[in-house]
Write a protein that binds this ligand. Structure first.
Ligand code: PLP
Length: 373
């Protein structure tokens, strides 16, 4: 360990993007992106606007004015008429990953708080917390329904010893397990005391169609985060946003880097929202494919697969070693999936990719898993 590095960094592990490295063309089904690129006409508009309207020698708009206006317009459709969002309710990050870091800095840094997560869940919350020396309180979930252990959550936020919980991350629907928040979980979030920030990560909102946005004004200690990396097809551009009480948004704006989002990324996200009906029109087809895959996998005796409210499926075999073997065999055949939480998270791809997933799974199961019936 280099003598000038903080000693706790010795424990930190980087997030390992699974980049294949097999030398063959792969079906990339490990990162929950949309399988379809931006339509060419939209890419062309982006390229033209780059040439015409972006001065490469100038810093980007550090206030994200146009992008925030486009986000506000989009959000206004989703509040069920309960309230009118404005730019003061919105902060924009270099991916929602950047927002996760800002949120942790704003709430827990310097020994002031610990963060609560219900595992399995999105790993970046714990990874980023650890890089900042922030303690992570991990509770479990029901292994059949994946509902959070709410009794453990309540104990964690009321315990009086150690660093108090100041922040709680939930994902709606969760990754990797694909379940949306239940009514009991939502009720628990509604009564979390005001000294604890609740982050509701709605990265997959466009697939689930479920959001807690309408309730946001009643809960100044809630922040909803979203991303352009999934349904809006802009993973390459790294854009995420958070919606919350203006005072909370002002704090997050104050601690972010001034030019956190390149001009082209801001433009791409603004154009994507303008073209949202075109981009989001792929979602019903992806959901039909997801449900088709789910039904096919549900009858495979060696697998347990869970219903999904998102654009991916989570499944397990009877043992961790079998699951690891399955992931390796899928990769060897050209299907990249995420091996996590003792299971496989498989992104829904194009119909052709999904057909290959089914065929590769069948081959892998025949080769390595004993039948249970
Ligand atoms: C639940 C969840 N939140 C956030 C992110 C990160 O999104 P972004 O690409 O905006 O950083 C992901 C990415 O996989 C995710 O699954």
């Amino acid at each position: 360990m280099l003598p000038f590095l903080r000693s706790e960094l010795a424990r930190c592990q980087p997030y390992h993007p699974n980049l294949g490295g097999t030398g063959m063309a792969m079906d990339i089904l490990d990162t929950n992106e949309c399988p379809y690129d931006l339509p060419t006409d939209l890419k062309q508009t982006l390229a033209d606007r780059y040439v015409e309207a972006i001065a490469a020698n100038r810093y980007p708009d550090g206030s994200h004015t146009d992008l925030k206006a486009a986000i506000v317009d989009y959000l206004s459709e989703q509040t069920a008429g309960q309230w009118q969002p404005g730019p003061e309710h919105v902060t924009v990050g270099n991916g929602s990953d950047e927002l996760i870091r800002s949120i942790l800095i704003a709430t827990c840094l310097g020994g002031q708080g610990s963060v609560l997560v219900a595992e399995p869940t999105f790993s970046m919350y714990g990874i980023v917390a650890e890089t900042l020396g922030i303690p992570v309180v991990r509770i479990g979930r029901d292994p059949q329904t994946w509902e959070m252990d709410l009794a453990a959550a309540e104990t964690a936020i009321t315990q009086t010893e150690g660093t108090p919980v100041r922040l709680c991350f939930v994902v709606h629907p969760n990754s990797p397990t694909a379940n949306p928040l239940t009514e009991a979980e939502k009720d628990w979030l509604r009564q979390v005391p005001p000294q604890i920030l609740v982050v509701i990560d709605e990265a997959y909102f466009e697939f689930s169609g479920e959001t807690l946005l309408a309730e946001l004004p009643q809960h100044p200690n809630w922040l909803i985060t979203r991303t352009f990396s999934k349904a809006l097809r802009l993973a390459a551009h790294r854009v995420g946003y958070g919606i919350g009480d203006p005072q909370l948004i002002a704090a997050l704006e104050a601690i972010r880097l001034p030019y956190n989002l390149p001009s082209v990324a801001q433009l791409a996200a603004t154009l994507a929202l303008e073209a949202r009906s075109q981009l989001l029109s792929a979602i019903p087809g992806l959901i039909t494919e997801r449900d088709r895959l789910y039904r096919k996998l549900q009858v495979v005796s060696q697998l347990q697969v869970w219903p999904s409210a998102s654009n991916f499926l989570f499944l397990k075999t009877q043992s961790s070693s079998q699951t690891a073997a399955l992931a390796a065999q899928l990769k060897a055949q050209g299907t990249l999936v995420r091996h996590t939480a003792d299971g496989l998270r498989i992104t829904i791809g194009s119909p052709a990719e999904n057909e290959r997933t089914l065929a590769h799974l069948q081959t892998a199961i025949t080769q390595s898993l004993p039948a249970t019936v």
